[in-house]
Design a protein around this ligand. Structure first.
Ligand code: MG
Length: 364
C-alpha cells in the first residue's frame, strides 16, 4: 500500500461512530487565529486591550464552506491557543462526520471537550452556516423566526475617563440604547458624564465589580434615578445568596452573565436574577444558546443575547437567534476596525438580519 492509499484508508475509517461508514465524507477542516483591532482601547473591570484574538473554524463538505467563530473568554481560562487546540482535538471527528448530523456531532464534541466553549461555538456556527447554505435558507428562517422581531441592540461604552466617556457617547449618536460598563469607585462619574451628553435609556454591566451587597443596593437604586433599565451581573458570580438579597431591595431587573456558564446553572439563577445573558461563546454555539433561551423562558426569566468582541461571523450568528430574546447586546463587530466579513447590519440600533443562506455573510 502506498503512503497515499494508506492516508485514504485512514480517512475512511469509522473513527467515531458518527457518519462512520466506509463512504464517510472527508471534510476539510481549517482553523485560523484572527487578530481584531479595536477602535478604542477596551476596558472593563476585568481587562484592558487594543486587540482581541478570536478563532475561526471552516468546514468544507460537498463544495460548501461553513464558517464559525469563537471569542475565547479569559475569565474561563480560554485563549486562542486553547480554543484552536480544542477544535484540533476533534478534527478527525469533524473530518469524517456527516455535517447534516450537526446535533449529533455537537453532542459528541461536548462529550469529548471539557470547557473551551468558544472553540465549540466556532464548530457549531460553522456547521449551522454549512447546513443553512445547503438548504439555501437563512438561519433565522431555519429556526422558524421572523427577522422583523430582531431587537434593538445596545452599543457598549467601556470604562474610561469622563472626557473620553463623553466623546464615546457622542460618537454613539446613531444608537438609541447604550450599555455602560461600570464596577469601579468612579461609577457615578461615568454615568454623570454620559448623562451630560444624552438622555438615552442606559443598561449597565457591572461585570461582578461590586463585592459588597449594601454598596450594590445603594448603586442600583441610584442608577434607577438615572434612567437605567437593568443591571447586569452586579456581584461576583458565586455570590448568589447576596444577589438574591440585593434583588429583594431594588426595583431594577438583574441579569446574570458571568454567573450563567452552563444550562444547568439557569434554574438556580432564577431565584436571584430576573434574566440571563446568553452568549454563543459561553454556551458553545447556536444550538446550545437556543436551549439556554428556552430553559430561561420556561422559568419565567427574561433573555438577552450578548457577545464578546468578535467579527461579523459570531455576531451575525447570534443575531439570527435574536428574534427570540428580550434584549440584544450584539455590538462586538461594531467595536473593531478590521472586520473580515459583512453580515448583520444595525440601522438606528435595530439589528437587520441578512437574507443570504446560512449566516448570509459576505467578504468585507
Ligand atoms: Mg456582561
Amino acid at each position: 500500500m502506498t503512503r497515499r492509499d494508506l492516508f485514504k484508508t485512514l480517512a475512511a475509517l469509522p473513527l467515531t461512530g458518527i457518519g462512520g461508514n466506509a463512504a464517510a465524507p472527508h471534510n476539510r477542516i481549517e482553523t485560523e487565529r484572527i487578530r481584531l483591532q479595536l477602535r478604542h482601547t477596551w476596558t472593563t473591570v476585568m481587562s484592558s486591550s487594543n486587540t482581541r484574538d478570536t478563532v475561526y473554524c471552516r468546514i468544507t463538505s460537498g463544495g460548501v464552506t461553513g464558517v464559525g467563530e469563537g471569542a475565547p473568554i479569559v475569565r474561563y481560562k480560554e485563549d486562542f491557543a486553547s480554543a484552536i487546540k480544542a477544535i484540533e482535538s476533534v478534527r478527525e471527528l469533524l473530518a469524517s462526520a456527516d455535517p447534516w448530523q450537526f446535533t449529533k456531532i455537537m453532542a459528541e464534541v461536548f462529550k469529548r471537550v471539557k470547557g473551551e466553549n468558544a472553540g465549540k461555538a466556532a464548530i457549531d456556527i460553522a456547521l449551522m452556516d454549512w447546513a443553512g447554505q445547503q438548504l439555501k435558507t437563512p438561519l433565522y428562517r431555519y429556526f422558524g423566526l421572523d427577522k422583523n422581531d430582531a431587537p434593538v441592540t445596545t452599543f457598549s461604552i467601556g470604562i474610561d475617563t469622563p472626557e473620553i466617556t463623553k466623546q464615546k457617547t457622542r460618537e454613539a449618536a446613531e444608537y438609541p440604547l447604550l450599555k455602560v460598563k461600570v464596577g469601579l469607585s468612579t461609577d457615578e462619574q461615568t454615568i454623570e458624564a454620559i448623562r451630560s451628553v444624552t438622555k438615552k435609556p442606559l443598561r449597565v454591566d457591572v461585570n461582578e465589580g461590586w463585592k459588597d451587597k449594601e454598596e450594590a443596593v445603594r448603586k442600583i437604586n441610584w442608577l434607577e434615578t438615572q434612567g437605567v433599565e437593568f443591571v447586569e451581573q452586579p456581584m461576583p458570580a458565586e455570590m448568589i445568596e447576596e444577589t438574591r438579597w440585593v434583588r429583594s431591595k431594588v426595583h431594577l431587573p438583574l441579569i446574570a452573565d458571568e454567573a450563567c456558564q452552563h444550562a444547568a446553572d439557569i434554574p438556580k439563577l432564577a431565584t436571584a436574577f430576573d434574566g440571563i445573558n446568553v452568549k454563543l461563546d459561553k454556551s458553545g454555539g447556536l444550538l446550545e444558546a437556543r436551549r439556554w433561551i428556552e430553559i430561561a423562558k420556561s422559568l419565567g426569566m427574561r433573555t438577552m443575547l450578548g457577545c464578546m468582541v468578535s467579527s461579523s461571523v459570531s455576531v451575525t450568528a447570534a443575531a439570527h437567534l435574536s428574534p427570540l430574546v428580550d434584549y440584544a447586546d450584539l455590538d462586538g463587530n461594531l467595536l473593531i476596525g478590521n472586520d473580515p466579513y459583512r453580515g448583520v447590519r444595525v440601522e438606528k440600533g435595530k439589528l437587520i438580519l441578512p437574507d443570504g443562506p446560512g449566516l448570509g455573510l459576505k467578504r468585507a
